[in-house]
Ligand binder design. Structure first.
Ligand code: 5AD
Ligand code: SF4
Length: 459
């Protein structure tokens, strides 16, 4: 692994500028997870650095980039639909450049499909090639031909990449890239490559800068933040990193995602307990409550070990809330396996649950496993899981009514004159307030709940 610093590409910027009378405009849209959203922010930063302006509609754009997600088939279909809809724009403006980047672009089958069936797509580039974008665009503009090669795998960590953040008070901060876990259903290790951590001094420098710029909520990102530090020269783990970040003075909250239960340690729980800046909420995807399925998924923990960890965490961190990801209908999941998942969900009491029907991803190990369960059975199980979770979350949410909490005011509410604020536990409360509070902390008394949405009033 090599650590390199981004450098401004003067030559590419000049070549790009020479092709336009006025600064060209770029439209960038990211799909999928926060890691991808953060990549999208870097893509925008790099484009600004190369002389582009940014725009909010495809109609105004000289360059359209879709930063894509490959985690489920549905996500890919959505991208293909959105790309397909650009055909007429390209016909009206042959100078328009259309690019597809991100996780989908890492797959040879996707690149082939774009090549054959989407002739108006001009270029693809991979998740680890954002720094090379200006040179790629310059080449496209100079030579005119399509640039559709499956990106080569890269192991570098690129620092100092320019960034245009979407928010002025909430920031994503990647601490590592890639994933080495190879859960058998998951495409991520194939598209995002090998796991590599950023040096703690680089993370700390970016963190300090964010706090100085007034960011109030900083979310540390990685596919498995609990294995942070592996392969670095310095001896450091994720808890040590949190400890270092918490020494930075200022008014902020730290979140992190995603935690893998196999690497979540008591030390981590103790670190959260010791620092009020770290949110009292952990997203700890369990995926299934059945040991047999967990083993088939290559998750390296049992439901019992998961329960023990949660027990310890609830004991050490008063008020802790939890959320999780669950896959329904993994190949060969029996009714008994599914019941084990329901039991676990009932027992843990997740405030939020992100549920997915298993989606077959070509190239993963699970794609070769026999999958006799019908679609109907899978959607049926999903409905039962959602019904159970609704019941649980209603109960948990209604228990909060009456309390006064600190929220980060993040957006305008649905109701006129109202704002939305996010609680420590990731729930959102709507309350009447002056828009000047946007981006600030506020104290709100919770007065009621409609589904998972809370109502409140300024305390
Ligand atoms: N099918 C369904 N869900 C998946 N996830 C990852 N891969 C798949 C797949 N092939 C889910 C997991 C993961 C979340 C980000 O997406 O639950 O935690
Ligand atoms: Fe996929 Fe598992 Fe890595 Fe998460 S930890 S990105 S589910 S392989």
């Amino acid at each position: 692994m090599e650590r390199i610093n981004f450098t401004h590409d003067e030559r590419a910027a000049a070549q790009i500028a020479a092709c336009y009378d006025t600064p060209p405009m770029a439209y960038v849209r990211s799909f999928g997870c926060q890691q991808n959203v953060n990549d999208g922010e870097k893509i925008k930063g790099v484009l600004l650095d190369a002389g582009f302006g940014l725009c909010d509609s495809v109609e105004q754009a000289d360059l359209i980039l879709f930063n894509t997600c490959a985690v489920r088939e549905h996500a890919e279909d959505r991208v293909f639909g959105n790309v397909g809809a650009l055909k007429s724009l390209k016909e009206a403006n042959p100078r328009l450049i259309i690019g597809v980047c991100g996780c989908m672009a890492q797959q040879p089958t996707v690149v082939e499909k774009l090549k054959k069936s989407y002739p108006f797509v001009d270029l693809v580039f991979g998740v680890n090639g954002i720094d090379t974008l200006p040179a790629l665009l310059a080449e496209k503009l100079q030579r005119g031909r399509r640039l559709l090669q499956t990106p080569v795998e890269r192991f570098d960590v690129v620092e100092q990449v320019p960034i245009r953040r979407d928010s002025s008070f909430r920031a994503w901060l990647p601490i590592m890239y890639g994933c080495d876990n190879f859960c058998t259903y998951c495409i991520v290790p194939y598209v995002r490559g090998r796991e590599r951590s950023r040096r703690s001094e680089d993370v700390l420098a970016e963190f300090r800068q964010l706090v100085e710029q007034g960011y109030k909520e900083i979310t540390l990102l990685g596919q498995n933040v609990n294995s942070y530090g592996k392969g670095l020269e310095e001896q450091i783990d994720f808890s040590d990193l949190l400890e270092k970040l918490c020494q930075v003075p200022g008014e902020y909250q730290i979140r992190f995602m995603t935690s893998h239960p196999k690497d979540a340690s008591h030390k981590l729980i103790d670190t959260i307990a010791a620092h009020p800046q770290i949110c009292r909420h952990i997203h700890l995807p369990v995926q299934s409550g059945s040991d047999r399925i967990l083993q088939q998924m290559n998750r390296h923990y049992t439901a019992g070990q998961y329960r023990d960890l949660i027990r310890y965490a609830k004991e050490k961190i008063p008020g802790l809330t939890l959320s999780s990801d669950i896959i329904v209908g993994f190949p060969g999941e029996t009714e008994e396996d599914f019941q084990a998942t329901l039991d676990l969900v009932r027992e843990i009491g997740y405030m939020q649950l992100f549920t997915f029907i298993y989606s077959r991803r070509e190239g993963t190990k699970a794609a070769t496993m026999p999958d006799p369960i019908t679609r109907k059975e899978k959607t049926d199980r999903m409905a039962r899981l959602l019904a159970l979770h609704d019941e649980i979350s209603h109960k948990l949410v209604s228990e909060l009514v009456g309390s006064t909490v600190t929220v980060l005011v993040e957006s305008h509410g649905r109701t006129e004159g109202c704002l939305n604020g996010r609680l420590d536990n990731n729930l959102v409360v709507e309350f009447a307030a002056d828009p000047a509070l946007l981006g600030q902390y506020a104290r709100v008394t919770l007065t009621g709940a409609r589904g998972a949405m809370l109502q409140g009033q300024l305390a």
